[in-house]
Design a protein around this ligand. Structure first.
Ligand code: SF4
Length: 505
């Protein structure tokens, strides 16, 4: 598979302003060589890279300069994963020590981000001291920052100075009326500003900062929280506007609103979107913009591959006891990076190769694809227990499932689902008996689950829920396995267009 998920904005690709860009970089599969080189080992900016590369966040930024109705930074739970949540707040020195320890222990850790628990740019001394030290001590780590954008224009020069090549701005609206329903207040020029006025200032600063970053060739991703009934109908317009101003990737994330988290929306009963609503909105935006669909809404102290959190291995007391030789670690990291780059290149080449030059494994799948079948079949959602791009996880061990849509056009990632029911902050949190039922609920719109193995009990319960378990493609590449199953269903006459899924018939 190539890296089609990211198509650079002309401004970002050429490192020039949106108005003047001529998009002269060579385009390969919608991705210029220049942009591919910049994102190929970034697990958030490249969908393919997220199977191989890890990220970490360091929680050095406690203060925030705005209040969002979906945020409460006080709540923490070992089973909880969402932005704003941390277990330990770090000083810049501690953050640097932790980063070097993690990078040495997890050589595929390619990206260090500062994402909270407050706003990194509302804590500029702590944030930039961390970046300053890491730029010197760990030049092989990409540095990222995520901000609400309120004071972004004041810090663009400093971000460029530390070679911060990737910036995420959370932009939930471009209309102050809608903003007033999301942000009760901001702290601006030494006073609190409320309501519509606050939202108008925030929106203006976000857009100005976005344009300034784009003009410097810094890659900008925009995050938006999908809040049903508040900004859902508005987000396609947000997508168009941020693209026009130079953002190259849009990440629409579902609102997390549990009453137990103590957020305003949670307490007021504001509902979260269903997976189908999220997918429909992402598809609606995708006509104009490259969409990120593999975001895990990580904690502000997350460590590891997306979808896993190894933070407990790197608590302050543990890293104090670790001896780190970062010079030696960089050699190992460079070798691993080269190995993964070669694997990804081979994967891309295989996807484009004609049948005669395919490997035996691919030929096996192509034989399955070639079975006589109707020319067109309906799309099917399949959940995959995956690791490193393969169907590689036992159903019972899976903490999350990637969800692919298979159709005549191929397999595409459309989202992910947590295996256990999401932590609600109440007495059901961590209850092992509820995990299987919660997983089946989370996968309710999928027709197939692909995993490396599965036990008798969950097999039966999945089938009873109308979800077909499949362990036949263990250790096979995800997209090829998904398409092989889809073609089997097509050949069996189960995918006639207009025919609903069997369990719903
Ligand atoms: S929250 Fe999303 S964009 Fe940020 S590190 Fe996690 S996966 Fe990447």
């Amino acid at each position: 598979m190539d890296l089609p998920v990211i198509e650079p904005s002309p401004a970002a690709a050429a490192g020039c302003s949106a108005d003047s860009c001529g998009a002269t970089a060579r385009q390969v599969d919608g991705l210029s060589d220049a942009i591919r080189a910049r994102v190929q080992d970034h697990p958030c900016y490249s969908e393919d890279a997220h199977h191989y590369f890890a990220r970490m966040h360091v929680a050095v930024a406690p203060a925030c300069n705005i209040q969002c109705h979906y945020c409460n930074r006080k709540y923490d739970c070992a089973n909880e994963s969402r932005p704003g949540v941390v277990s330990e707040l770090l000083t810049p020195d501690q953050a640097v020590r932790k980063t070097l320890a993690v990078a040495a222990a997890i050589p595929q850790m390619s990206v260090l981000g500062i994402a909270g628990p407050g706003d990194p740019l509302a804590n500029p001394e702590r944030t930039f001291e961390t970046f300053r030290q890491l730029a010197l001590k760990a030049p092989d780590i990409k540095l990222c920052v995520s901000t609400n954008g309120l004071v972004l224009p004041d810090h663009v020069e400093e971000l460029a100075r530390y070679d911060i090549d990737h910036v995420t701005i959370t932009i939930n609206c471009v209309d102050p009326e809608i903003g007033a329903r999301i942000y009760p207040w901001i702290f601006w020029k030494n006073r609190r500003v409320y309501g519509r006025e606050a939202a108008a200032i925030l929106i203006g600063q976000q857009q100005k900062g976005l344009e300034m970053l784009s003009a410097r060739g810094i890659l900008v991703k925009v995050n938006s929280v999908l809040i049903p009934g508040v900004n859902d109908a508005h987000l396609p317009e947000v997508s168009k506007i941020v693209k026009a101003k130079g953002a190259f990737l849009h990440n629409v994330m579902p609102l997390i609103a549990e009453a137990g988290h103590g957020t305003f929306y949670g307490v007021m009963g504001q509902r979260s979107p269903q997976p189908a609503e999220l997918k429909a909105l992402q598809d609606a935006c995708a006509g104009d913009m490259n969409m990120m669909r593999h975001c895990r809404q990580c904690r502000a102290d997350a460590v590891g591959l997306l979808g896993e959190d190894r933070g407990a291995e790197f608590t302050l007391d543990k890293i104090e006891a670790m001896e780190v030789d970062y010079e030696a670690a960089m050699v190992v990291r460079a070798a691993l990076r080269a190995q993964i780059a070669a694997e990804l290149a081979e994967k891309r080449a295989r996807a484009h190769a004609p049948a005669a030059s395919a490997t035996p494994q691919v030929i096996k799948f192509q034989h399955q694809v070639a079975k006589p079948a109707p020319a067109v079949g309906r799309p099917v959602l399949m959940a995959v227990a995956a690791k490193n791009g393969l169907v590689a996880v036992h159903f019972g061990h899976a903490r999350e499932f990637l969800v692919y849509e298979a159709s005549a056009a191929g397999a595409r990632l459309v989202g992910h689902r947590r295996a256990a029911s999401y932590c609600a902050g109440d007495e059901t949190c961590g209850d092992a008996d509820s995990v299987l039922a919660g997983t089946i609920r989370a996968l309710a719109d999928c027709e197939v689950v692909l995993c490396s193995r599965i036990g008798y009990e969950p097999w039966g319960q999945l089938e009873a829920a109308g979800i077909q378990p499949n362990g036949e493609y263990a250790m096979q590449p995800i997209e090829e396995a998904v398409m092989a199953v889809w073609n089997e269903m097509l050949a069996a006459g189960r995918l006639t267009v207009g025919q609903p899924a069997a369990r719903r018939a």
